[in-house]
Design a protein around this ligand. Structure first.
Ligand code: ADP
Length: 291
């Protein structure tokens, strides 16, 4: 009885299994086709993305070349304007009337701002094009601070603001690009002096995490509202304030500083409270690794 039943059921099981197999084959064929289609779609999207990335690279390269070319071409005429203004103010061709003196002074100041803007643009274009060379060397922090102190002495025109460089304590000899480091600190200090009507601008350096150093430029100036803390490090970014309106700048200094800090293997940060002051800091490795 048993035997008879099994023999009649077996073909039925087999047929059912075959049908299930055929169905699952069909399903997997459909799935494969769907996968292939998706794959094609992804590939098409990928090549479109590649194309767009290439176009973006080209546009960035063009923009950098244009900026570098323009900035370079601007340098010579600005240099001439500044030299002529200086000659006039030095009374090389005879005395000026007080009104002429005022007007030539204005030309000199504006052309100095223009020159600064062109320098920042050129530097930014170089960084973007990856053409900034980092040349590390050994130097003592004391020497860099004293060079900075010397540079700022002639521009300290506001008697109500003191610029203080703290004596570096326990700072090892640094091995990094001192010119780039100096450029970042100069930018922090000149901003601090610009936005501090009275009080103090204090520059200090400390050791952090053993092998890094942190520079801080603290001021007792107008401060920056928290919503601007991130954006001031972007190109052309400026905070809207009444003092800002009177002080022209490019809005490029901090973004350039941020990029230079990254090239030195570190970063920049800000802590600030409106009305109380700001602290701009730069943290970099005390010794830059050989590339
Ligand atoms: P700018 O040429 O305008 O100074 P920066 O990139 O150096 O360009 O600075 C961007 C903006 O950040 C400034 O315009 C100013 O609004 C703000 N800022 C920078 N440093 C200070 C500071 N020490 N105190 C207050 N505001 C500052």
């Amino acid at each position: 009885m048993d035997v008879v039943n099994r023999t009649t059921e077996e073909p039925r099981d087999l047929a059912a299994a075959l049908a299930a197999l055929a169905a699952s084959r069909g399903e997997s064929r459909a799935l494969r086709a769907e996968l292939e289609e998706t794959n094609h779609g992804v590939l098409a999207l990928y090549s479109e993305l590649e194309l767009q990335a290439e176009q973006l690279r080209e546009a960035t390269e063009l923009k950098s070349r244009f900026l570098a070319y323009m900035s370079h071409e601007f340098r010579t005429p600005i240099g001439s304007i500044r030299s002529i203004a200086r000659l006039l103010l030095d009374h090389v061709d005879g005395p000026l009337t007080p009104e002429q003196e005022r007007q030539v002074g204005f030309i000199q100041q504006t052309s100095a701002e223009f020159a600064e803007m062109v320098d920042d643009l050129l530097d930014l274009a170089k960084v973007e094009a990856g053409r900034v060379e980092i040349s590390p060397g050994w130097f003592e922090m004391v020497d860099l601070f004293s060079a900075l102190r010397g540079m700022f002495k002639p521009v300290l025109t506001n008697a109500e603001v003191h610029l203080v460089f703290e004596e570096p304590q326990d700072i090892p000899k640094l091995y990094t690009d001192d010119r780039k480091l100096s450029q970042i600190l100069r930018n922090f200090v000149s901003n601090a002096l610009k936005f501090t009507p009275r009080g103090e601008v204090r520059v200090s350096v400390e050791r952090v995490d053993g092998d890094r150093v942190r520079f801080c430029v603290r001021d007792t100036g107008i401060g920056i509202a928290p919503e601007f803390h991130a954006s001031i490090f972007e190109d052309y970014s400026q905070v809207q304030s009444s003092l800002q309106k009177r002080l022209r700048g490019t809005g490029l200094g901090l973004s350039l500083s941020k990029r230079l800090a990254e090239l030195l293997g570190g970063g920049v940060a800000v802590a600030s409270e409106p009305g109380k002051g700001s602290v701009f800091s730069l943290t970099i490795p005390a010794q830059l690794d050989a590339p």
